[in-house]
Each structure stands twice: as C-alpha cells, then as structure tokens.
Design a protein around this ligand. Structure first.
Ligand code: RIB
Length: 301
C-alpha cells in the first residue's frame, strides 16, 4: 500500500531490562532503564514511514517534553504529524519490563491518548480521505476507533485493526468494518472466547471473526510465525530465526510491514512482515528497534 494514516496512541516508554519477571510481593534489581518513543499507534506510524509508506498520524499528546520527543521521532521517519493534537493531559506513558528471553509485560497510563474523540477524527478527516489505508489499535477510546473506521470505510479505504490491548469481544459493528484484523493468540482467544493454542484452534476462532464480517484474520504467533485466515483458506508463514532480545513493538512492526507490502498477495506480505518483526525482536526498544526498508530487504536476501 502506498499511503496510510494511523489513528492511535503515542506513549513515552519506560523500559526496564531484567533477568526475570518478579513474583508477586518480590523485590528484584533491574539491569537497566531506558526511555524510548513508543505507543502502539506511533510505533505503527513510525514503522510505516521507515518502510517507505507515505504516512500520517492522528492522535493526542500533552503539552510536555514527552509529546515533543514523540512528534520529533515520528517526523524523523517522514510521518506527517499535522493530525497529532496537543492537550492539557500529560502524554501517555508505558511501563515495560523485558526479561532475558525478550518477553515483555506492559502497563499503560492513557493520559492524552484517551482525549481523542470522534470530533477530532471528523476534524482530521482529510488525512483519512487522502490515504489508501487506515491502521488502528485499541489504546484510544473505542468510540473514536469506530468513528475512524466508519469514515474510512465510507471513503473506500482499507481498514486494518490491531486489536491490542484486547478488551474481550469487540463491537460487531467494528468487526464488519475491518478488512484485516491482526490479533496475537492471546488476543484472538480474548476476542472470541475460544482457545487459540494450536493452528486448528486459531483457525476455528478466526473463522468466527470472518463470520462477523472481518475480511482476513492475521494471527501473529511469535516464534511460530504468522497465520492468515481468509474465507478461502489459510496460510501459515514460519518466521526467520533470530535471537529474541525484546519483543516490544514487534506486533506493531508486523502490522505496519504487512500494510506497507500489501498488494493483494498474502504470502509476500506475510514474509515481509515476519522479516521486519524478526529484526524488531532482535533489538531493544519500541520505535528504536524498527528497521528501515533497506534493512528488511538485506535481511530477506
Ligand atoms: O506494542 C508496544 C507498545 O505498547 C509500547 O511501545 C507501549 O507504549 C504500549 O503502547
């Protein structure tokens, strides 16, 4: 896809590296603390920009230094930030722990992200109308996500939703508007109330989303790769092998890379998205880990 607009969150990430996650009630020492530009929406926009897609971002940050940093970082990837609004609430924050295996857990403080309203989407509708594709996640209010999806669908745009953090079942009205939805296994299980441990279980759960009107379900399976489920069948794409250092933003990078490479062929887009996400997993940080188009091409070679 040549151009995209992202509606979603921007967070300053406080990322703590540690050997292992603490048990409840336990105190442990960390190896390091780093502050990185993050937020699922901003990560997607940054990745789209780095991967050569003309990209705009619609979101909200505070009138603070974190907001300045996040906007500057998106602009460094060529992202149009004219849709990023400044608010009195502080910029969103994420507190992330990453263990020795690269697994993470994340706690977010929504801050300004939750001030993004359907009226803001209306105000910035020209950015949606100018793009081929709308990309979203669920770190801004659901009513705002719905408003953006309706506007994009009415304008004939492709609608892509990364349903993270998954709140449980999604409004059927939203599912009907999604051309692509990209849950991981845990999110797929939360969205459908069905198990999603094996390929067969993922396919059965994904089919219930197809029945509700989703075009294609892309299930990211971490070290097992990605599974695409369509009304005509499914494709499992194994990932390249890399040493996992930090999985933060790998899902955001996967979604963006898939969109940037989507021209109707599932296998090439999945292969490209797997490669981009594998590079992201092998580096620390959220936007800091996201590769450029040249790096992905080299890696695939
Ligand atoms: O998907 C990773 C992102 O989730 C982090 O950058 C953090 O900000 C949270 O939004």
């Amino acid at each position: 896809m040549k151009s995209a607009v992202v509606v979603g969150s921007l967070n300053l990430d406080y990322s703590i590296a540690l050997q292992r996650m603490p048990q409840p009630g336990e105190t442990i020492a960390a190896d390091s603390l780093t502050l990185n530009p993050g937020g699922k929406g901003a990560n997607q926009a940054y990745a789209l920009g780095r991967l050569g897609c003309q990209t705009a971002m619609i979101g909200a940050v505070g009138r603070d230094g974190a907001g300045d940093t996040l906007i500057r970082n998106l602009q460094s990837a060529g992202v149009d930030c004219s849709g990023v609004l400044r608010r009195e609430e502080p910029t969103g924050q994420a507190f992330i722990t990453v263990d020795k295996q690269g697994e993470n857990s994340i706690i977010i403080l929504h801050g300004a992200n939750y001030t993004l309203t359907p009226a803001d989407i209306e105000e910035k509708r020209a950015l949606i109308e100018a793009a081929d594709c709308l990309v979203m996640q669920l770190e801004v209010p659901m009513e705002t996500v719905l408003a953006a999806a309706k506007l994009a669908r009415a304008a004939g745009k492709t609608v892509v939703l990364d349903p993270a953090p998954a709140p449980g079942p999604l409004p059927e009205e939203l599912l009907r508007l999604c051309d692509f939805i990209k849950p991981n296994e845990t999110e797929l299980s939360l969205l459908t109330g069905m198990p999603a441990g094996s390929r067969e279980e993922c396919e059965a759960a994904a089919k219930t989303l197809l029945q509700k009107g989703v075009g294609t379900v892309l299930v990211s399976l971490g070290a097992k790769g990605a599974l695409a489920v369509t009304p005509h069948g499914s494709v499992l794409m194994p990932p390249p092998k890399v040493k996992a250092v930090d999985s933060t933003s790998a899902g955001d990078c996967f979604t963006a890379a898939f969109v940037s490479h989507w021209d109707g062929g599932l296998e090439p887009a999945l292969r490209y998205a797997n490669a981009a996400a594998a590079i992201a997993v092998s580096r620390r940080g959220a936007q800091a880990s996201i590769p450029s188009a040249a790096e992905v091409e080299d890696f695939i070679q």
